[in-house]
Every structure is written in C-alpha cells, then in structure tokens.
Design a protein around this ligand. Sequence first.
Ligand code: P1T
Length: 379
Amino acid sequence: MKFETLAIHAGQEPDPNNGAVMTPVYFTSTYKQDGVGKPRQGYEYSRTSNPTRKALQDCLAALEGGEYGLAFASGLAATDTVLRLLDAGAHVLAGNDVYGGTFRLFDKVLRRFSLDFTFADTTDPESVADALTPSTRLVWLETPTNPLLRVTDIRAVAEIVHAHPNRPLLVVDNTFATPYLQRPLELGADIVVHSMTKYLGGHSDVVGGAVIVKDKELAEKLFFLQNAVGAVLGPMDAFLVLRGIKTLSLRMDRHAENAMAIVKFLESHKAVEKVIYPFHESHPQVKIAKRQMKNGGGMISFLHKGGREAAVKMVESTHLFTLAESLGGVESLIEVPAAMTHLSVAGSQLDVNPALVRLSVGIEHVDDLIADLKQALEM
Ligand code: P1T
C-alpha cells in the first residue's frame, strides 16, 4: 500500500470488541491473566506493552519501511534508549549540527557513563571516514539538521560506516523530514529516531519519541531496553500521534509549498543576508536533498543582516508566527536558535550564529504568513 493509505490504516483495525473505528485509548496499567503466566493476547503490564501504543508503533514501522516501531515519552527518551545499546568505552561519532538537547544529552549526561563522543561534518562522507575509530560503535546523523538544515547523503555515509570493521550502527534522526519525505532505512540506516513532538504529532499538543528498525535482533534489544528503562509513551499521547499521522502527507505538502513561497520572499528582502532551505538552488547539498527527499519540508533558517539584536527584535515583532521553541505543528513558529533551542551548544564546536532565525512554517495561508514576516522585518 502507498504511504497515504498506510498513514491512515497501518497498525489500526476496527476494535474487535465493538467495532470502534478509531483506536481506543487503553487507559490501563495492567491486564487480567487467564492463569499464572498466561497473559491474554500478550499484554501483561503497560510499561511493557499497551494496545494503543502498539497500534502507533506498528504504524510507525510501516511508514518508515521498517519492521518494528517503539514509542517513547519524548524524542530525547528515544535517543537515550538507543544509546543504551552501547557499552562503556564505546565511541559515538555524531554530526556537528544537531538539536541542542541531543548534544546536551551526549556531552553532559552520557559522557559521564564512559561513552565517548566526537562531532564531525557528516555532509562530507570523507570526514565521516576520517573520524571513525577502532572504538566507534554508533554514528548519529540528523538530516536535514537542526538548525542549519544541512543535508547528509545517507546512502554514501551508510556505505562508509558499514564497511568499517566494527560495523557501527547508523542512526538517522528523521524528525525534520518525516517518513513522508525521506526513508533512511531504505537508504541503508540501521535505526531511525523521531521526535514525534514535531511533524508526526503535527499539532503541538503532545511530546513523544520513536525508534524504528528492520532487524529483528536489534529490535529485541531495543524492546528489552524500552521495558527495562521504562521511558514509554502513554496511551493518550499515542492516540494523539496516531491521529496526527493520518494527515501527515497533506500537511507536509502544504508546509513545503508555503516554505518555498516564503524562501522566495526572504531571498529578495534587503534585511536578509542568507536563506537556508534544502530545496533552494543555493543550498550546498541541494542535489542530494532532491534525490533523497520528496520535498524540502517546512523548516527555513535565515541570517538577519542586522545581527543578533535585529534578529531578536524581528522574532519579537511577529503576530502570526509565534515566538516559541519546537516545530512541525500546523501553526507557524519563529525563534532564534542561539538563544533558545540551541543554548546548550553555546561555546562548543556546534555554536550557532546569534543572527540566525529559524522558521517552522505552518499551514496557514501563505499570504498572511509573508505579510507577517514583512512587517516584522521592516519594524
Ligand atoms: O523534544 P523531544 O521530543 O524530546 O525531541 C528532541 C529532538 C530530537 N531531535 C530533533 C531533530 C529535535 O528537533 C528535537 C527537539 N527539538 C526542539 C524542541 C526544537 O525546537 O528544535
């Protein structure tokens, strides 16, 4: 079946008890057993498994072209659980432009558990090859990255990583693209991670994370960790994400259509130094982006010519674009990453230009969005 059909039906059947078309929200922590050690339909306890969460997990697996999906309480909980596949002493090679919270988890938390991290420019497959060490067990990519929208050739990096004698795991955080635009498992990645808080949920009303894999053995390790660590998604949140996913394709098409028009507006505005968008001709990896993504997505970053102060003034002057962290909802958001979502990378190798403005372009009418940006740029 095609993506749009899977988004509505995968993992979801009318309820066998009463025919309810929408997946019920199973608010239960535990399940009656028919005898000692005889759970019904495999459900024992909701940290381990819950039917609403299972429907979402199965849907996610189908959308990413994987076999197994796992849902977590947040994107970072998903990331943390994946990193727990590793043993102390392992080296992780990560992209040098990742979400500030991912960097903070790696640098400030997981280093304390004797994992070693280095950050490299993954848009250049050669730098990945150079940065692999005999201890590398995992390579972590975002593409497009947050907030610079850099694009990594997943297939090229997968070939390099898998040719290494350790065969490290290649993980792709697919939050910005979503499986509608890009399917990393089909390009050679071993694990896909999402912040479902963003486009998958799509309505800024839920925090959640996901992990999707193809390999059975890897899935067994991850299901063990999901249960043993316990950072699971609750049933109400699973329902909200299931509902959000049903319109993912429509939303992503409109996000991208609006973003393209806004890119055109921004590039011709005198207060804008540089516009960054994966499908724009000036983007250094535009060819790769067009090869591995269906459209350019809904995220735009741009440098304000007036520097930090002008950027701050501008984001404080919009009316429709809400000044807020996060992204991927139907409503448009605006922020200054250096002072907000990426504050935790300040002073590190991942430092972000303070004049950078990030837009999460919503699905409002594009004329209203452009008018709002115009008045804010011209305040
Ligand atoms: O917020 P959470 O659901 O825990 O997801 C973390 C995360 C992981 N990966 C990417 C690419 C992300 O963008 C995020 C969260 N990002 C923001 C909150 C933000 O505004 O950039």
